[in-house]
Design a protein around this ligand. Sequence first.
Ligand SMILES: Cc1ncc(COP(=O)(O)O)c(C=O)c1O
Length: 474
Amino acid sequence: LNYATVLQRESPESLRRQIYEEWRAGILSGRFRPGDRVPSTRELAASLGVSRSTVSEAWDQLISEGYLETARGSGTFVCRELPDNLLKADAQPSRRPGHARTKLSRYAAALTGDFRHAPAAPGVISFPPGVPDRDSFPFALWRRLLTRHLRQSPAAVFDYADDSSGYPRLRAAIAAYVARTRAVQCTPGQIVIVNGSHQALDLCARILLEPGQTVAIENPGYLGARRIFASHAARLQPVSIDADGIAIQDLKQSCRLVYVTPSHQFPTGVSMSVARRLELIQWASSRNAVIVEDDYSSEYRYNGPPFPALQGLAGRGAVIYIGTFSKVMFPGLRIGYVIPPRALVPVFRRAKWLADRHTAILEQCALADFIAEGHLERHVRRMRRLYGARRAALVDSLLRHFGARATVLGDAAGMHVMVRFDDPDIAGRAARNKVLLRSADELYLTRPPGREFIFGFSAIGERAIMEGIKRLAR
Ligand SMILES: Cc1ncc(COP(=O)(O)O)c(C=O)c1O
C-alpha cells in the first residue's frame, strides 16, 4: 500500500490533522480500499518522522468516525462496511455537475440569468446607476455608533429579537422620518424592517399573489422587481410610461398588484404627477388591487423639495410603501422597510419571521441613532448637493458634446439619468473609447426602442463624468 504522505511542517494545520485529512481523503477518493490494511502507528510514525502519539491520535479519530477499524491481533484496516460502490462513484469525476442531475422546483428552474453586471475593466469609465458615493459616507461615525451598541447593550444584540418586525427604536425613528420627509402616514407599529427593498418585494409577492395572477410592471422598469414577481409565477403585464407616469388606461382589469416607482420612475426618471397618483389610487381601490410603491431614491430631487409619497395620498387605499437605506446610506447595509396598510401588518410580520426571523440587530440599533441624532438628514442634504453638481456636470457635458443628438429624459432627481442617442453606433463607440455603457434594453418587457442608456452619476466624480462623455463623443 502506497501511503506516502507529504507533511507540511510550516503549515498552521497540526501534523495530526494533516495525517487525518490525507487518509480520509484517500479513503473517500478510493485510493485506499475497504479492507486494505493500514500501517501500524510505529511504521507510519517512523516513515513520516513524527511521534507515534501523533499518528495514534489521527488513527483514533478515523476509527471513531468509521473510516478505519481494528481487528484484534491483526492490525488496522480501512473499514469494510464503507459502501464500496458509493466510494467508486464518488471517485469518478462526473462530467455533469451534481446539481444538473437534481430536479429543480419551478421556482428554481425559472432563476436564469446573472444578477450582477460585470465590473468595469481598468481604465474604463463606467456610470453605475444607483450606487452612492462611498468616500462621502461618514464611516467613522458609523463605526462609533456600532461600537456604542456593542459596548452598552451586548445582551440586546446577542439574542434572537422578540419581534420579527424590527428594533422598536428604529421603527419609531423611521416612522418620524418618513412622516417628515415623505408625508407617509403610518404609526411605528406599521413598519416592518427588512433586508432591503428586495426582501420587501419578495414578501409582497408571497403574501399577495397566487401563481398566474397579473402584476402590472412599469415598462421600461426595474429588473429586480420584475424578476422577483416572475419568480413567484406572476403574469407580468408591461405598462408604458408617459410624461405623467404609468399609463392607467393600459392597466388590465385582472391586475392584482401594480408595482410603481413614482418619485423617479426607474429608469426613465419621470415623476408621477399628482393627478396620475390620485387616478391610480382610485383605479386600484375600485378593483381591490394593491399598489406597491418603491420609493428607492426619493430623497434626491435637485430643483425643489421631493414630491410627497403616493402612500400619503391614499387614505384607506391599499398602498404598500417600500423604503431602503441602500441609496441614502450604503447598499451593503441591507436594511429597508415596508409599510403595509394596518390590516396587513401581522401577515408581513409572520412572513418576515418565516423568511429569516428578523434583520440583524446591531445595525438596526446603530441606524436608529443615526436617524434620531439627525445624521441621516444631514448626510442626505450633503449628498443632494454633491449629486446635484454631478448630475449638472453630466447633463452639461452631454449637451456640449452631443447637442440635440442626445436627449436627457426625466426629471432632475434620483441618482441616474436615462439618455437617448441618435447615433446607432453609440454602443460600439463606447466600447472603442473605453466607456462602459448600460443599455436600457433589458429593462423593457416589450421590444426595446434601442439607443437608450442609463447613466448613474452618484458614484463617480465630476471629472470622470466629463471625461467619460468626452470620450463617448470622440
Ligand atoms: C427601483 C429600485 N428599487 C430598489 C432598489 C434597491 O434595492 P435594495 O433596497 O434591495 O438594495 C434599487 C436599487 O438598484 C432600485 O433601482
